[in-house]
Write a protein that binds this ligand. Structure first.
Ligand SMILES: Cc1ncc(COP(=O)(O)O)c(C=O)c1O
Length: 361
């Protein structure tokens, strides 16, 4: 073992493995996946598409049909789309390509907010990046002036802003976001729109307006997490460089063909699923608003962010005893010690969760 310890990059000592909690849960509301709402017809069609796979050949290395489908759906050109094995691979590819240090720091710097999606830090540290996490304000909104100060202290190469944010579920104020983009002019600002299908607005206009903006999106949150398909919308010059860095044939044939079908012929399935989840979100929030020792952050995502008077760790354990898994961040302490993140599930799952929460808070 000492040999491995002598060889690995020292930053790995700070990191844990990204893996969901295992266990025998009746209801899993921990990973922001969509409930199983795909119609029987759509399931059958995707089965046909998967069955037509040419198993002996490598996938399309250029992901041409998929990128065309994404581009058409988004209203950009295919040369502006980079597709990866989930947004996670896109993040990793960006952090492999954009490593030229800026300013005095020997390592490149990534700036993001906290709490936010953990893979920015994980992927950055695993590649030796200097990672600066600026705390969100008291309403979990963008800390505009602290971010600008951070940029002045250490000019970043990349800034990640998730909106709607994970785990807080709220969208970042647009005027603050625009200010931050302008202040980060020398960096690439990645607006992570993993939950955009549940939000009231997207940021395509900011992508068009600012050269340093890219958008990150995924199929994982709208019913197709199994495919692992995510993508970046960015300037063609950046896409061409990322193409050199990605692994050959990164996206399996089945993921490409099924995702292409989902985004074209079956796009109404995504719309129907999101509409149902938004209705359920409203119903869930209404029920939670009636609970006395619980408060809610308004959600623009497919999950809710709850504050409980009882410590979140205790609530989490009591829910686990009832075989309901949610996500708690109590181990990180501070203001996260009373917060829980709960995915919007099916009607029955949401009702069971509210009932259990009523009993344990
Ligand atoms: C903000 C955000 N970005 C990206 C991802 C990763 O998505 P993917 O499944 O496409 O890798 C997640 C997943 O939880 C997320 O919350």
């Amino acid at each position: 073992m000492s040999k491995v310890a002598d060889l690995i990059r020292p930053e790995l000592a700070e990191l844990g493995v990204y893996a969901p909690l295992e266990g025998d849960f009746r209801i899993r509301l921990d990973a922001n996946e969509a409930p199983a709402l795909l119609s029987a017809g759509a399931r059958a069609r995707l089965g046909e598409v998967a069955a037509a796979t040419v198993w002996e050949r490598y996938p399309d290395a250029r992901t041409a049909a998929l990128r065309e489908a994404i581009a058409a759906r988004t209203g950009v050109g295919a040369a502006e789309v980079f597709a990866g094995v989930g947004s996670d691979e896109v993040i990793a590819t960006l952090l492999t390509a954009l490593t030229r240090p800026r300013g005095k720091s020997p390592a490149p710097t990534l700036v993001t907010t906290t709490p936010s999606f953990v893979m920015y830090r994980q992927s950055g540290r695993a590649r030796g990046w200097n990672v600066l996490e600026v705390p969100l304000d008291a309403e979990w909104d963008l800390p505009q002036s602290s971010l600008v100060r951070a940029f002045e202290m250490t000019p970043p190469s990349v800034v990640f802003i998730a909106t709607p944010n994970n785990p807080t579920g709220n969208s970042m104020s647009r005027n603050r976001l625009e200010h931050v983009i302008e202040a980060a002019a020398g960096a690439l600002v990645v607006i992570d729109e993993a939950y955009v299908d549940y939000a009231s607005e997207d940021h395509l206009d900011l992508y068009r307006k600012y050269d340093n903006v890219a958008l990150l999106r995924t199929l994982s949150k709208v019913g197709f997490a199994a495919l692992r398909v995510g993508w970046l919308v960015a300037r063609p010059e950046l896409v061409a460089e990322l193409d050199k860095v990605r692994l050959p044939y990164n996206l399996p044939t089945v993921s490409q063909s099924v995702a292409t079908t989902v985004l074209t012929e079956l796009s109404s399935e995504i719309a129907a699923l999101c509409a149902t989840v938004k209705e359920e979100r409203a119903r869930l929030c209404h029920a939670l608003a009636d609970l006395p020792r619980v408060s809610l952050t308004p959600s623009q995502a497919n999950f809710v962010w709850l504050r409980t008077e009882r410590p979140a760790g205790e609530v989490f354990d009591a829910l686990c005893e009832r075989k309901i898994l949610v996500r708690s961040f109590h181990a990180r302490g501070g203001r996260l010690g009373s917060q829980l993140r709960v995915t919007v599930g099916t009607r029955d799952e949401n009702d069971a969760f509210v009932q259990a929460l009523r009993e344990v808070t």
